[in-house]
Design a binder for this molecule. Sequence first.
Ligand code: ATP
Ligand code: MG
Length: 420
Amino acid sequence: MAKLSAPKGTKDILPGESYQWQYVESVLKQIAKDFNFKELRTPTFEATEVFARGVGDTTDVVTKEMYTFLDKGGRSITLRPEGTAGIARSFVEHGLYAGVLPLKLWYLISCFRYEKPQAGRLREFHQFGIEMLGTTTPLADAEAILFGNEIFKRFQIGNITLNLNNIGCKECRKAYNEKLKAFLEEKKDSLCETCQERLGKNPMRIFDCKSEICQSLIADAPTIFDSVCEDCKNHFEEVTNILDTVGVSYKIDKGIVRGLDYYSKTVFEFVSQNIGAQGTVLGGGRYDGLIADLGGNDAPGIGFAMGLERLLLLLGDSIPVADTTPRILLIPIGDDAKKVAWKLVSDLRSRGISAEYDINCRSVKAQMKYADKIGANYTVVLGDEEVSKNQYQLKNMQTGESVTVALEQIADILSETTEG
Ligand code: ATP
Ligand code: MG
């Protein structure tokens, strides 16, 4: 029979590494709490239309990367390639604009994109992200950026650049797209096939092309940053004022347009030089038209998404190893002692003390080895004599020292001592 393996571009997170994910997730949840954001969970799959309308049907994600299939009822379903469209759909469906605004949300999800797998690029990957809905202020943009900044600060990650761009509103983009089209018209034939198509539909997206030829052709093109309307310009200036005041440094990168169609005004990326080609760890921006595009009341929003695989690559060995060792291993000898051990292990666990016995019931010698392998802090051998006298040798595995104790004392001793 052929050997089974995980699908291309997916990864098992094995028991020896899952603590790294738990650590990262717990820090992120704490930051979300500190910033007063609440979690919103949406389904792993949505009607395809949610992404076609929400992400934009000229984007790479929608045109090339989605896992789309017909379910048994003939509906077109898509595994979510990102988190924002589903959250926007939920916001509209549940009329959340009628509640307290801005609504500050976070999510931690797996996403699916049919891409060429490589370091930092998978087909199933994980994102932590935030969304703020129902706010137009520059302070909201700054808050999203400050949240991103805090993540790298909290994990003590240096060497991260924050790049900002202002991609204007629908109005300034309309005028700009004409300008860009005119500039690229005579170079049209040298553009890649996809970009030739983009030129007609959404020329700004050419900035997002990964082809070097396309990149060189647009190097001298007029930028949206220099073509925005007065309103968008002032908005962006205020965002940078706030960042300056708080002391967050940034660079203006007029080439960032972001991969998804829904962005407007402020867009930003946190980029690392330390993890190779896939250096964009976190990306986000304002999306004032998205909710309306999904059929809701006009509710402006801003958010970001961060790839957890890329964050983990950045963190490398700096993640503190979790203490997953049990406090005690009980080693019973004989049938009566086994019963005492079953009861004791159950009592200890109920008191929140991690206790273990050898489920495979090996020899005493093998159980001693087992204690070493699982890193038990203490062991206690329960033989007939110990049980009848209620005197046990509680052995500290690190020091090798033993103390004589009664059964009832074990829980108290284990909860008092913290060593090991
Ligand atoms: P890239 O330019 O690297 O393809 P993107 O613009 O498609 O990124 P976004 O849609 O903005 O990425 O997603 C936000 C973040 O999610 C990225 O910055 C990255 O950290 C992560 N991410 C995106 N696609 C993948 C993937 N296939 N595998 C792992 N992480 C990913
Ligand atoms: Mg991509």
